[in-house]
Design a protein around this ligand. Structure first.
Ligand code: ZN
Length: 265
């Protein structure tokens, strides 16, 4: 029930604005909806607080969106967060542990508006890893897709890993992975929230240039991925904030600059 209408919503959000292309990291723009320009494909096996729009502003924006096409809404900067139907559609028939879905829902659907970020699209597909620098397969990818004059945030869940795997197994897998600090599936999702916030808070800027800069701005004392890439450092810091841990000064400064769109120095 509602699947048809739902599907139309997805279709509506994913108006084709360019040619089908490869996002890299094995993610192909293979549906009408996934053919936006990839600003950056954050490929970690990865597995908080800001105010940009008030709830009222957001509600007004969504209401205003009304019968406009998605293309128009993107041009005018009006965006829509995914809803629970979008998530259910993404995992429909894929044998994903309900507990994992619940956690995904909490951060990518329920918390997003209140915490000041948006997830515009969510999907589940097989993701192979052909990035030589990276080892292993990504669990979740957070992707900045250019739409009109802004970037939207897309979440891609790796079907190869989720399918048939219990939450305990996901937790165990993450616990044994040494390059990042996520110890649980929930923390892996929080890491992705860090990426999503980065995209949202810089959605009208030149995100590709920002990531180029961040690549040379690793942070010491957090994790291997944070050391190699400032974007990953920011995502790792999201976990530290959630834990209430002490955050190294250099890390906090980088986080604040990125989240306030002031990464100019
Ligand atoms: Zn990451």
């Amino acid at each position: 029930m509602g699947k048809g209408a739902n599907h139309m919503v997805l279709e509506g959000q994913t108006v084709k604005i360019g040619e089908k292309f490869d996002l890299g990291d094995g993610v192909k723009a293979d549906t009408p909806g996934k053919s936006g320009v990839a600003g950056h494909d954050i490929n970690c096996r990865c597995f908080v607080t800001h105010d940009w729009l008030t709830a009222e502003e957001y509600a007004a924006a969504v209401k205003k969106q009304g019968d406009k096409t998605v293309d128009k809404s993107a041009e005018s900067g009006i965006i829509k967060n995914i809803d629970v139907d979008d998530l259910e559609l993404a995992v429909y028939g894929k044998d994903v542990d309900e507990k994992a879905v619940k956690i995904i829902k909490k951060y990518f659907v329920d918390n997003s508006l209140a915490d000041g970020y948006y997830i515009n699209n969510i999907s589940m597909k097989s993701i192979q890893n052909d990035n030589e620098k990276e080892k292993g397969r990504p669990l979740i990818q957070t992707i900045a897709n250019k739409r009109g004059n802004m970037y939207e945030t897309d979440i891609v869940l790796n079907e190869d890993i989720f399918k048939g795997r219990s939450i305990d197994s996901l937790n165990e897998m993450l616990k044994n992975y040494k390059n990042n600090i996520a110890q649980t599936f929930e923390e892996a999702v929080i890491h992705e929230v860090g990426h999503a916030k980065t995209i949202f808070s810089n959605r009208f800027r030149d995100i590709e240039a920002m990531y180029d800069k961040l690549e040379k701005m690793g942070v010491e004392g957090i994790s291997a991925i944070a050391l190699n890439d400032g974007a990953e450092a920011v995502a790792e810091i999201e976990i530290l904030i959630h834990r209430g841990s002490v955050i190294p000064k250099q890390a906090k400064e980088l986080y604040d600059k990125v989240m306030s769109g002031k990464l100019e120095t």
